[in-house]
Design a protein around this ligand. Structure first.
Ligand code: KG4
Ligand code: ZN
Length: 365
């Protein structure tokens, strides 16, 4: 028997304002009672990226109503929730302040415990909500601000096996799109153009392929794209498609090598893992069908299950924050004091060293 728990989650770490209510009953069945997300994409797209000041103001304007809406859709009142979970890092400090302060105020007023949740922990634990995964498993987080391969051992127990030493993968997509004149966010635009392109026209570099470490690097790839584009300018639509297809192919090959090594390491470290081991993918880049195909094939080849939660739960949302709070509460983790502070940097694995350039943009997770 597990305790029945119902949690209100709040997420404001980047450019999505979100609130959600999630519960788990005594038999262990979990249920998303509401999931409200307001994307600020339109407000930032003119600038080609997230503007922190605009993001923070937009959170202030939207959050109260969004929380009310989440409670209404869940058909519960604040009295009916057991705790409040609010993202308190990593992310843009202005947005984090808005969400965490609101969480504190509600917790105080309603007399409920507060969990200050690490946004990355939300991503890391989502697959337990959607697929009932048991520990341990591997997670690849590929978003606009992070590219990390994480061993998830248990609630609060994370080991970073690999991270980017320069750009995050989503950032590489966004920068490549920008230099090719494609709209922001770049990932979907690059993927669309790549469909009609020749992936073998350009032989872009596959950074760190063959190296034993499990880290990633994407800035050299971006530079190679820029050089290729300059050499053949002016670019026709076909040129752009060919560059996008070749860019995606280089990334697929890189991931295949890096993640393939990660799966091998997992098998070596956990030879007796009872059920088929799992690789979970999360983050906006997980929407990319070619990359999904690569990871699926890699998992099939290595005897792993490939788990990709629905896209709305792979990208930023408050369900994962509520769920992380629920998991912590259920495991007996004490709530946070109301003077807890937001942290723009907050690695999941506190023992992992900071790599050059890691989390440089620091804004998105
Ligand atoms: O997780 P996410 O929605 O936001 C944060 O970074 O927090 O990820 C956004 C990133 C952007 O860099 C975007 O270009 C990328 O995910 N992305 C994609 C695709 N859809 C979104 N990258 C490649 N292919 C896609 N289809
Ligand atoms: Zn995120």
């Amino acid at each position: 028997m597990v305790p029945f728990l119902r949690i209100l989650g709040i997420e404001t770490s980047c450019d999505e304002t979100a609130a959600a209510v999630v519960e788990r009953d005594a038999e262990g069945h979990s249920k998303i009672l509401s999931d409200v997300v307001l994307s600020q994409l339109d407000e930032h797209s003119a600038y080609g990226g997230v503007v922190p000041e605009i993001a923070a103001r937009a959170h202030v304007e939207a959050l109260d109503e969004l929380i009310e809406e989440a409670l209404k859709r869940a058909n519960v009142s604040l009295n009916d929730v057991d705790a409040i979970a609010a993202t308190s890092g990593p992310g843009l400090i202005g947005g984090l302040l808005v969400g965490l302060m609101t969480g504190k105020a509600i917790a105080r007023a309603a007399g409920k415990p507060l969990y200050a949740v690490n946004h990355l922990e939300g991503h890391a634990l989502t697959a337990r909500l959607t697929d009932g995964l048991s520990f341990p498993y591997l997670m690849l987080l590929v978003s606009g601000g992070h590219t990390q391969l994480i061993l998830v051992r248990g609630v609060g127990q994370y080991e970073r096996w690999g991270t980017t030493i320069d750009d995050a993968l989503g950032e590489a997509f966004d920068k490549t799109a920008k230099l090719l004149g494609l709209p922001y966010p770049g990932g979907p635009a690059v993927e669309r153009m790549a469909r009609d392109g020749n992936p073998d026209r350009f032989n872009f570099p596959r950074p760190l392929v063959g190296e034993a470490r499990l880290d990633f690097s994407f800035s050299g790839l971006k530079t190679a794209v820029r050089q290729a584009a300059q050499e053949i300018a002016p670019l026709s639509d076909q040129d752009v498609s060919d560059i996008c297809a070749s860019f995606q192919k280089a990334i697929s090959r890189t991931l295949k090598d890096r993640i393939g090594r990660g799966l091998q390491r997992f098998k070596t470290e956990f030879p007796a893992a009872g059920e088929k081991p799992a690789l979970v993918v999360a983050g906006g880049v997980a929407a990319n069908l070619e990359l999904r195909g690569t990871l699926q094939a890699l998992c099939d080849k290595n005897g792993f299950r490939f788990i990709a939660p629905p896209l709305s739960l792979c990208t930023d949302n408050a369900v994962m924050i509520a769920w992380a709070g629920l998991e912590r509460m259920a495991t007996g983790v004490q709530p946070d004091a109301l003077d807890v502070q937001p942290r723009s940097r907050w690695p999941l694995d506190s023992k992992a060293e900071t790599l050059i350039g890691f989390g440089k943009r620091g804004a998105k997770a």
